[in-house]
Design a protein around this ligand. Sequence first.
Ligand code: URA
Length: 439
Amino acid sequence: MRIVDIIEKKKKGLPNTQEEIQYLIKSLIEGTVPDYQVSAWLMAVYFKGLSKEETVWLTDEMVKSGDTIDFGCLADSIVDKHSTGGVGDKVTITLIPLLAAAGVPIAKLSGRGLGHTGGTIDKLESIPGFNTGLTVEELIEQVKKINVAIGAQTKSLTPADGKLYALRDVTATVDSMPLIAASIVSKKIASGAKNIILDVKYGSGAFMKTPEDAISLSKLMVNVGKKLNRSITAVITSMEEPLGRAVGNALEIIESIEFLKGKITAGDVADLTYSFAAIALMQLGLYNDESSAIEFLKGLINNGKAIEKLRELIVAQGGEPDIIENYDKFDLPEFKVECKAKKSGFVQKIDAYKIAYACKLLGAGRDKKTDPIDYSVGIYLNKKSGEPVNNGDILYTIYSNDEEKTKLAQRYCEEAFSISKDKTVNNNMIYKIINAEED
Ligand code: URA
């Protein structure tokens, strides 16, 4: 079998066979196929797509490329949540300590930043000392001990995704439905959870730009999961505007801590965190209705159990727990530029993609897979959509380590904000929920 023939077929829009997909992934793992051939195949998939069958085969091969976690009898009660990627999306970091504090075991494999979107692993690595490179044994032991563990997939779990993910990030092949579906579902299957919640985002800051595309991606993932014996709930949510006020690795951890301390009680991050946590509690049969589940969850924030669970997680993974009280430990940047509104009115819109782009320019993301990132930089949105603003009010704050980059980022942020006289109505963050469906 020759890799070039596999690429040739896909380039012409012909299906690859199961054997061809197996061969490609095996060669990727053994290091016998160069990055440029894999990248060419990814680009062919981007343009010609994969059938549902090919997507199932690819997902299955990616699962088999590494270890899978067997939680034994604990597996039925374990929850896993994954987002298709967004801007300022810190909901994993707010959700997992909250659910673990509720007594729900969580085993989570997360990714790094991809394309313009941020990654939970990069965000967690902004915590000094935090180790995301857990072995399977360490992950299992930690979930058994403190109910929660979070790791990167790079070591022994879905290594094929680790490699494909890094190549997609730098070859503009991220926003392909079958590649996203295989990447996410393979990680979820390998991490052993039986209860899987996917946050499928649409909008300017998401890979799927419309709710219709998010619905198609959700159906693909739910069906691939079903073929591989996993029950998946997909929740379609808006990513027109960054989630919360902080965008950037360390800044997002700080905002998550503020939520878990009970200092942020309303807004999109609170809404989504409570909704996902309530869905998990209902999936497990612990609550029958959303409002009583949310009341219980709010109690865990108010009595300090959620923030204490985050502390336990940080300590268990070697991180510096003092960051919870002392944000100076994050070593935030030299330049902090407060940018002001040039007119009065209401914020109509904040384009998530433009804010993400500005953040990447500051150094919060990668251009090449080997690029280091600057955890400390980012953008804080002092105003969000629907909020009133007066000429001269601070609209957003740029945290940067470089004056030139700050100026460039400011240009994109200026373009991202729309202000007008009309008062906006914020729509519900959740568009639709999709559960396992028939073929
Ligand atoms: N998140 C993933 O884990 N993979 C993708 O391809 C996109 C988002």
